[in-house]
Design a protein around this ligand. Structure first.
Ligand code: SF4
Length: 407
């Protein structure tokens, strides 16, 4: 790739720097770390005894057809075996930055290159990049050259995905229009609606987006809030019910177990949300009634005051998924559905925490929960696919109805 290659880059990306041991999570926790073929061989045959011994034990072959995911480091105590007690990477410490695999060198950067231009975004499962992305009140996209992005291209191993097809002038204009309008739209609802309408125009498809009527919207929204709440409560809390019937209780009032210390951020948040909402101890109908009341009174106010969080999330994910959105007609619909699903799940967990009288929702708490949700659920394509399909059934496979959930 040329150093004068141009990229569309959200401004916040230039501020990103991994904060390592100060991170509230770590990308080395919870996932099997994928290792490319060249790094796999380098670690297995390393002259460094520690690296070689860890590799002999924990580095296994995974997908032999893929250069990037050729091997994986199997977790120990839910962590990458190279992670030290000080939350640093042993491979980095003992062999230097260029020894890292392609995946480790690239995360949480997401880079896609078309014929004319590249796109850079962040993987918001990283809480630091999520904080930078979601806290900006004005989200701006710049065009920058590779040589002006030293914090992104900070290793020879940073990976760029090559788009499948060329980007036509018409599609490029559509993308630029999405960028230029982002600060004009007052709500995420309007942003998504206008994006779908423009997309249908460039694809010459008949737009199925309904003319939204205020009274109708309120009815659809009420119905979906009710059904979504039931589904999400079952999804997030059902596994906690059994664990609550026996054993000692911890600060959340839920049973504690040895594995708890190694729980993912998402699982910890589920436990806190279940406890604060009293879900495990109340009748479902009472829970849904109280949830609806808190959603409409406390949560909607937060949403209205901080619409930029949702718009920033959308535009980051739009950049991240740009190849599939531009190259397959149905993928914008699927993309919009996934955006709405992850917002709905995050909203659900946070509303549960607002059952506590004095709890105030902050931008930071929204960022932390959305990032945790993305790290656990979005990382599993099957779980994401199944859940989105379930939501599709609830809205009768009508994206307009689903959009109204954000109205
Ligand atoms: S999750 Fe982000 S900030 Fe945390 S260790 Fe990984 S890259 Fe660094």
């Amino acid at each position: 790739m040329q150093t004068n290659q141009n990229f569309f880059v959200p401004e916040y990306i230039q501020e990103f720097k991994c904060i390592g041991k100060d991170c509230i999570d770590s990308c080395c926790v919870g996932w099997d770390i994928k290792i490319d073929k060249s790094t796999f061989n380098k670690y297995k045959n390393s002259a460094n005894k520690e690296i070689k011994s860890i590799s002999q034990k924990s580095l296994v072959k995974d997908d032999l057809k893929s250069d990037i995911s050729y091997g994986k480091l199997v977790k120990e105590n839910n962590c990458c075996p190279f992670l030290t007690n000080e939350k640093l990477c042993n491979a980095f410490k003992l062999m230097g930055q260029e020894s890292l695999s392609i995946g480790c060198s690239t995360y949480p950067r997401e880079i896609t290159i078309f014929n004319k231009i590249g796109f850079i975004s962040g993987s918001l499962s990283c809480p630091e990049i999520a904080r930078l992305c979601l806290s900006k009140r004005d989200f701006n996209i710049k065009t920058l050259k590779k040589k002006n992005l030293p914090n992104i291209f900070n290793s020879h191993n940073v990976f760029s995905h090559q788009a499948k097809k060329k980007l036509s002038d018409k599609k490029l204009r559509f993308i630029e229009e999405v960028f230029s309008k982002i600060n004009d739209h007052s709500t995420i609802f309007e942003t998504l609606k206008q994006t779908i309408i423009s997309y249908d125009k460039i694809n010459r498809s008949k737009s199925y987006i309904n003319n939204f009527l205020k009274n109708e919207n309120e009815k659809i929204k009420k119905k979906l809030l009710h059904t979504d709440t039931n589904i999400l409560a079952t999804f997030c809390f059902s596994k906690l019910v059994g664990s609550n019937k026996s054993g000692n209780k911890n600060s959340t009032g839920l049973a504690s177990s040895k594995g708890e210390l190694r729980d993912s951020r998402f699982k910890k948040i589920c436990k806190i949300s279940a406890f604060k909402s009293g879900y495990l101890f109340s009748l479902k109908t009472n829970f849904v009634r109280e949830f609806t009341y808190i959603y409409n009174t406390k949560f909607q106010k937060f949403r209205k005051e901080n619409e930029f969080i949702f718009k920033n999330y959308f535009i980051n994910e739009f950049l991240k998924n740009i190849d599939s959105i531009m190259n397959s007609k149905n993928s914008l619909n699927n993309f919009v559905r996934s955006i709405i699903f992850f917002i709905t799940l995050t909203d659900f967990l946070l509303v549960c925490q607002l059952f506590e009288d004095n709890k105030k929702l902050t931008i930071n708490s929204y960022v932390e929960v959305l990032s945790a949700v993305l790290k656990d659920i979005n990382h599993s394509p099957k779980a994401t696919h199944d859940l989105i399909n379930l939501f599709r059934k609830l809205d009768n496979n009508n994206l307009s109805n689903r959009l109204v959930a954000l109205y």
